[in-house]
Design a binder for this molecule. Structure first.
Ligand code: ARG
Length: 463
């Protein structure tokens, strides 16, 4: 084969004198990761071809041939029979090449009025839209899993912490509902991102639009997009939506990582608040006694790679002049890995959370050690007329006395308590119990078990 004949085998090689070097081919090819968007690429091409035929830009017979070829290609890919070629650079050229082999000139007409620049932007948006819908379903399932455990433990007390010091009693259900709120915001963020993902770039062609009488609105409707991208330069070069998605995913990972950290702490014998089901823990190769919370630890660790992808994508975009640049090919791997990491982590959490075994006795024991009802005693004095700051001071002295005796506030005899304030009566002991403390926080957002149950019911009916 002569040099020019070899060069002419590549899709865009007409004006080149020598073939691309093997090294450059490998460096610039994306097919081994972007073939993941093959189904979206076919969907986009079929919508484009349908529009071309409707607008009489290609013949009806060409459309029929393209549809026939694409159906075959779809089957080949699904059966794992499609031969992906590095020589054909990316998913778009691989499919177009195969189409041309299958249906001849009709295949060569498909690319009329479009460019890989608007094609790839369309494919990513279709792919991301599908992915966001999967993630939304997983978030909903995770919320359901949390709600079920929260309901079982709507009245199970454990210490609430601030500064990792025992602060006030809360219920385990209330604690889990905090994560439910985070996940509900995550769903909102994802659906907000989806609105901006769901715009059609196709029609922008390489950057300036096309000379053919295309119908972009038709293609948008065919593909389920809410609208078309308004500016052709922006359409081919915008990757804000990928960054936004990764930012939203990073926040979900932050939330999962915080929960992981708590599960790890609670599972440590120093806390002993919970056990995870054995199938979510692993042993040590040397220490026979160990049961390690590897799953939450990995989830906590995996948050790092998603944050890295967010930083990577921001950096990818910051120096790019309009319009499309090959830099943009680097958007896919971080995006795919973000989606994979997030969906894997959510799936494992959905399975793991129902297997949390709550050790209520250990939670209660921890509460008895931390003077968790000291604020309740101060509130009691305030209700009897003492200014809050004076009440705070009186209770602080009582706590110090209890600490010296090595007992809880509720264990101090009435006479001793009265030494800190004459306003204290024997009804004080109801206030100093954990149950009294919980029940007293009886308003929307409070930890009283009936409020926790009401909150669960509200979330369930909103889902
Ligand atoms: N593989 C490329 C990407 O991922 C497709 C677009 C290529 N366009 C081009 N003019 N080289 O961005």
């Amino acid at each position: 084969m002569s040099e020019s004949a070899a060069a002419a085998t590549s899709t865009w090689s007409g004006r080149f004198n020598e073939p691309v070097s093997e090294l450059v081919k490998r460096f610039t090819a994306s097919v081994f990761f972007d073939k993941r968007m093959a189904m979206q690429d076919i969907r986009g091409s079929l919508a484009h071809a349908t529009m071309l035929a409707r607008q009489h830009i290609i013949a009806a017979a060409d459309l029929a041939a393209i549809e026939r070829g694409m159906n075959q290609i779809r089957g080949e890919i699904e059966r794992g029979e499609f031969n992906w070629h590095l020589d054909d650079e990316d998913v778009h050229l691989n499919i177009e090449k195969r189409l041309t082999v299958l249906v001849g000139d009709a295949g060569k007409r498909l690319h009329t009025g479009r460019s890989r620049n608007d094609q790839v932007a369309t494919d990513i948006r279709l792919w991301l839209r599908d992915t966001i819908d999967v993630i939304d379903g997983l978030l909903a399932n995770f919320i359901h899993a949390l709600l079920d455990v929260a309901e079982t433990h709507a009245a199970t007390p454990l210490p609430g912490f601030t500064h990792m010091q025992v602060a006030q009693p809360v219920t385990f259900g209330h604690h889990l509902l905090a994560y439910v709120e985070m996940m509900r915001r995550d769903r909102e963020r994802m659906s907000d991102v989806r609105r901006r993902v769901n715009r059609l770039p196709l029609g922008a062609a390489a950057l300036a639009g096309t000379t053919f009488p295309i119908d972009r609105e038709f293609v948008a409707r065919e593909l389920g997009f809410d609208a078309v991208c308004e500016n052709s330069l922006d359409a081919v070069s915008d990757r804000d939506f990928a960054i936004e998605f990764t930012a939203a995913a990073a926040l979900v990972m932050v939330h999962l990582s915080r929960l992981s950290e708590e599960l790890i702490l609670w599972m440590s014998p120093r806390f002993g608040f919970i056990d995870l089901a054995d199938r979510f823990t692993t042993g040590s190769s040397i220490m026979p006694q160990k049961k390690n919370p590897d799953v939450p630890e990995l989830a906590r660790g995996k948050s790092g790679r998603v944050f890295g992808h967010l930083m990577g994508l921001l950096t990818l975009m910051k120096g790019q002049p309009l319009a499309y640049n090959k830099d943009n090919q680097e958007d896919k791997e971080p995006l795919f890995d973000t989606a994979d990491t997030l969906t894997d982590t959510l799936r494992v959490f959905i399975e793991m959370v129902p297997g949390i075994r709550v050790k209520a006795a250990a939670m209660a024991a921890a509460l008895r050690q931390g003077f968790a009802t000291a604020t309740d005693l101060a509130d009691y004095l305030v209700k009897r007329g003492l200014p809050f700051r004076d009440a705070h001071e009186a209770v602080a002295r009582a706590v110090r006395a209890a600490e010296e005796k090595g007992c809880d506030l509720a264990d101090l005899p009435l006479a001793e308590l009265q030494a800190f304030s004459p306003l204290i009566d024997d009804d004080v002991f109801a206030v100093l119990t954990i149950e009294g403390s919980l029940d007293a926080r009886d308003h929307i957002g409070g930890t009283a078990p009936n409020q926790v149950r009401a909150a669960i019911a509200r979330v369930r009916s909103a889902l």
